[in-house]
Design a protein around this ligand. Structure first.
Ligand code: NAI
Length: 250
């Protein structure tokens, strides 16, 4: 049975935790039917229980990019057109440059870059067919300045910013706006892993953040909602820092 078509349908990858959870919360608050894709069934169920009927959980490991075309087909046929895609899912690895193996490097690139490419390509085909859409990628301060011990993550997020611009010039004439949010340091499981137990790094982060504190996932959620909707209808190809000033801090 087809679910009754809402105003808009979004896909948020990694939507069952951290920043993705907050983006999902904002979208559902705006009556946007939101498909969340993740690997962890329990986390997906928890999100479904919290968000209710507008939230559609789908389990998929996006690093297995061969599964993505069928996944997108299934979402479109079951839930109607896809208007918004947020490529939020990502993984990090904090390790000295000299000790990162080829496999570890590839693994980060596979999830943070290759999966974003494949999913964006497949969703774009649907968006073009239905007359347009909005894609939002998630970058990081690692793409802005040199951050030690995150070589693969840095490579992946620099790629995301380049891909945002390349996608924007090719897809905007076809009605798809492509933008990117570069979060600063936001309180989530991922940042806790990188900062907890590393007082020096936390101190460094806070000392160069003019607003003096970590961001909240909802801060990124607000920016994603803005970029997703008609409020940003003449905006494409931008990298929007949501960082309390971290990227311009001394
Ligand atoms: P998180 O670890 O809480 O959430 C990441 C989500 O992505 C999880 O739900 C995870 O299951 C999902 N995911 C990872 N690999 C996947 C795969 N192969 N298939 C499907 N789902 C997968 O992390 P957080 O902090 O919410 O990060 C979200 C995004 O924001 C990431 O792209 C991250 O790089 C980015 N970011 C986070 C910052 C922070 O301070 N927390 C700062 C800058 C960027």
């Amino acid at each position: 049975m087809k679910i009754l078509k809402q105003n808009k349908t979004a896909i948020v990858t990694g939507g069952a935790s951290g920043i993705g959870w907050a983006i999902t919360e904002k979208f559902i608050g705006a009556n946007i039917q939101t498909v969340i894709i993740g690997r962890d069934q329990q986390k997906l169920k928890k999100a479904k229980d919290k968000f209710g009927k507008l939230c559609i959980p789908m389990a998929c490991d996006l690093s297995e990019t061969g599964r993505i075309p069928d996944l997108v087909e299934e979402i479109e046929s079951k839930y109607g057109g896809i208007n918004i895609l947020v490529n939020n899912a990502g993984i990090n690895l904090k390790k000295d440059f000299l000790t990162v193996s080829d496999e570890e490097f590839q693994q980060i690139l596979q999830t943070n870059v290759a999966a974003v490419f494949t999913l964006s390509r497949e969703v774009s085909k649907k968006m073009i067919h239905q007359g347009g859409g909005s894609i939002i990628n998630i970058s990081s301060m690692a793409a802005v300045y040199g951050l030690p011990k995150v070589i693969a993550y840095t490579a992946s997020k620099a790629a995301i910013e380049g891909m945002t611009r390349a996608m924007a010039v090719e897809l905007s004439p076809k009605g798809i706006r492509v933008n990117c949010i570069a979060p600063g340091f936001i309180s989530t499981d991922m940042s806790a892993k990188a900062l907890n137990g590393d007082k020096e790094r936390l101190q460094k982060v806070l000392s160069r953040t003019p607003m003096g504190e970590l961001g909240k996932p909802g801060d990124v959620g607000d920016a994603a909602l803005f970029l997703a909707l008609e409020s940003a209808k003449y905006i494409t190809g931008v990298i929007l820092p949501v960082d309390g000033g971290n990227s311009i801090g001394f």
